[in-house]
Design a protein around this ligand. Structure first.
Ligand code: HQG
Length: 179
């Protein structure tokens, strides 16, 4: 696997489908690296501990973290399998952003932002990051989220280890749509 393929494979296993490497994640999302390497090898995916360490260190979005003892790995966010990352609620910046595409806007106006397949709605701290998230699907539309008002109303916000703001849902009244 080249580094890109390995990064994608780790995202798949550590966020969505641990079965793909014949491993289980613990309740906080951690996976033994030795078990991951052995399980993936059984399925024909060959990589080393050093290659994993290089991905963790160099990944453009810091998608993965190693445990303090270096023996386990987990994804910092983006899960669809149920894990509890143990994040503490935090006060968000007054404004956060969400990058999406035009075809979702009608539904978002009706029902707000929903977490869809993931465990949270993902919000970005700045417009540039939100633009990159939206561009994965087409021409990005940037929504401005009134995080201050949501927080004041009791919504819990969490900050992932790689700087993504996570929230359960965003009701439509807290979303500013572009003109
Ligand atoms: C949309 C990447 C219809 C939402 C990025 C998005 C991010 C709705 C899509 C991370 C909706 C869900 C997450 C509603 C939301 N009706 N569509 N009510 N509510 N949507 O991938 O935020 O590279 O689950 O706008 O950088 O795009 O994987 O979420 O378009 O941080 O590390 O439904 O994924 O990180 O898509 O991206 P996603 P997202 P990684």
């Amino acid at each position: 696997m080249n580094p890109n393929q390995l990064s994608r494979f780790l995202s798949l296993v550590l966020r969505h489908k641990p079965d793909e490497a014949a491993v289980t994640l613990d309740s906080a999302g951690w996976c033994e690296i030795d078990a991951l390497i052995a399980g993936a090898r059984q399925k024909g995916h060959i990589f080393t501990r050093e290659e994993i360490a290089a991905i963790v260190a160099s990944n453009d979005k810091q998608r993965f973290a190693l445990s303090d003892d270096g023996l386990r790995i987990r994804a910092n966010q983006g899960h669809s399998v149920g894990v509890d990352l143990g994040l503490q609620p935090q006060t968000p910046p007054d404004t956060l952003f969400h990058g999406t595409v035009a075809r979702f806007l009608d539904a978002i106006r009706r029902e707000g932002l929903r977490k869809m397949r993931r465990s949270h709605v993902h919000l970005s701290r700045d417009q540039e990051t939100a633009a990159k998230v939206g561009e994965r699907r087409g021409e990005a539309i940037i929504l401005r989220i009134d995080a201050h008002a949501m927080h004041a109303k009791g919504h819990s916000f969490f900050l992932s280890a790689n700087g993504v703001w996570l929230v359960d849902a965003v009701p439509p009244e807290h979303i500013h749509f572009p003109e």
